[in-house]
Design a binder for this molecule. Structure first.
Ligand SMILES: [Zn+2]
Length: 476
């Protein structure tokens, strides 16, 4: 494949630069810049219009004219729940990866606890891989999981066996799932000692168990609405949890990652730590507890969206590097699950996968909150580094996988749940207009999605990715 006349979003660049890409065997073979400024400093770049030699590209290469389009590195969504196998009425690997592709995502990392069986040791990781691989449209990795019930005499064996297969180990300080109980602080110490020894990363859903357990019945007695649910898990619940678990990780010098941060203070604590990274999600940048009161169940997630003062701080921290990257926490519920008649029993989760990159592109880069170089870091580069995929993924660079998203920056798109390729149709963004439109998504040099034709590759094209543990650990 040859891509011509693209406005390329290259790592570190102040703005898009006009150029061509030559792709062979799924990898970026050559980047030829047409901008005279870059030609002067670009050494062996030989391009001028029409005279480009594309080394390594076959004569019958597919040639795409990307005139007028921005070409970004494919986004990485390092936090999705595709419920496969086990709960595929909510989502499955085909619908989940197709929806992600429609939003410019080329690699997802799937959570371990929302499938049957959960992925908690080498055998169950292998079984899940065998089941879902034939349905994946884009590249995918897994997280393994450790619950409080698995902190037994086989804990080290589980961690050691999974460490090379999964991108990290997911845990919960507070868990809503009876089959996947929370991890206590003492158990975090046990787990983190072992993940340090066996060279992997622990991920934490951070809400303080004592606080949530005590606040929930009081809030529930107080009424049935978004604001009441928020009061069962407000800012302090996240902050207390983040403080404790990152303190344990600092003491042990163990790699830790806090998922779905929605609280400014909690994000500040993570940013002050040496061994802990953090992600936020579009839903925490866009919505607050007053929106939750108004919108209700379509915006119900755990942790819930927080007070309005958090949003500007989260955006600033994302722009300045205090928050490391974004993720969707994609977790659809059916219409029935999202409308049970009470906010306390409605399913907690939203189908955010197809909106992750589109939202951050629109409200971050195109709205002027994030410079281009930072957009690339938060949507692709930093997650690739954190989960040690950066030898293959995370930027438009010679030698890396040709994972690309073509965007028309002049077009707009309106979010319609009914139009989503996900099984999840209930979205809090219903009717929201976003700037920019994903027109084509390319995974390893093959187009998997176009806005005109939808999915254009076979289910099963997506490849499983493992961390390259010879790469260094991320540092801020
Ligand atoms: Zn999640």
């Amino acid at each position: 494949m040859i891509v011509r006349n693209a406005q390329l979003a290259l790592p570190g660049a102040a703005g898009p630069v006009l150029g061509d890409l030559s792709i062979a065997d799924g990898k970026i073979r050559e980047i030829v810049l047409r901008d005279p400024e870059h030609l002067r400093s670009g050494g062996d770049s030989t391009a001028d219009t029409g005279a480009t030699k594309h080394h390594g590209a076959a004569d019958d290469a597919e040639i795409l004219d990307a005139g007028g389009l921005l070409v970004f590195p494919g986004a990485i969504d390092p936090h999705v729940h595709f419920f496969d196998p086990g709960y595929t009425h909510k989502e499955d690997f085909f619908h989940g990866t197709a929806a992600s592709a429609s939003g410019g995502v080329t690699t997802v990392i799937d959570m371990p606890d929302t499938s049957v069986p959960p992925a908690v040791d080498a055998a169950s990781v292998r079984e899940k891989l065998e089941q879902v691989a034939e349905r994946a449209l884009i590249d995918f990795g897994f997280f393994g999981g450790i619950s409080g019930a698995l902190c037994d005499e086989r804990l080290e064996q589980r961690i050691a066996e999974m460490a090379g297969e999964v991108c990290g180990i997911k845990t919960y300080e507070t868990s809503g799932a009876a089959h996947f109980p929370r991890v206590s602080h003492y158990q975090y110490q046990q787990i983190l000692e072992l993940t340090r020894k066996h060279d992997c990363i622990v991920l934490v859903h951070a809400e303080d168990y004592d606080y949530v357990a005590a606040a929930t019945p009081v809030a529930r007695a107080g009424g049935d609405g978004g604001m009441q649910f928020y009061r069962s898990r407000p800012e302090i619940a996240e902050t207390l949890s983040v403080f404790s678990v990152t303190e344990i990780a600092e003491q042990l010098e163990a790699q830790l990652h806090i998922v779905h941060l929605g609280t400014a203070r909690a994000a500040e604590i993570v940013a002050s730590r040496r061994y802990s990274s953090g992600e936020t999600c579009p839903q925490y940048l866009e919505f607050d507890c007053h929106d939750f009161e108004r919108i209700g169940a379509p915006l119900k997630i755990t942790p819930p969206v927080k007070g309005p003062a958090n949003k500007d701080v989260l955006w600033r921290m994302l722009a300045e590097g205090g928050i490391d990257f974004v993720a969707s926490d994609h977790a659809p519920g059916t219409v029935e699950e999202k409308s049970t008649g009470s906010i306390w029993t409605d399913y907690a989760g939203i189908p955010g996968g197809p909106l992750l990159f589109r939202y951050v592109l629109s409200e971050g880069y195109l709205a002027g909150r994030l410079p281009l170089a930072r957009l690339l870091q938060v949507c692709s580069e930093t997650a690739a580094r954190r989960y040690r995929l950066a030898d293959r993924k995370g930027s438009i660079s010679v030698g890396k996988d040709a994972d690309l998203v073509f965007v028309d920056p002049q077009a707009e798109s309106v979010v319609r749940g009914a139009d989503s390729l996900s099984k999840g149709k209930v979205t809090p963004y219903e009717g929201r207009t976003l700037r920019g439109k994903v027109v084509r998504t390319v995974v390893r040099g093959k187009t998997v999605y176009t806005c005109d034709q939808g999915v254009v590759a076979e289910a099963g094209y997506g490849a499983f990715v493992r961390p390259n543990r010879s790469l260094p650990h991320w540092s801020r």
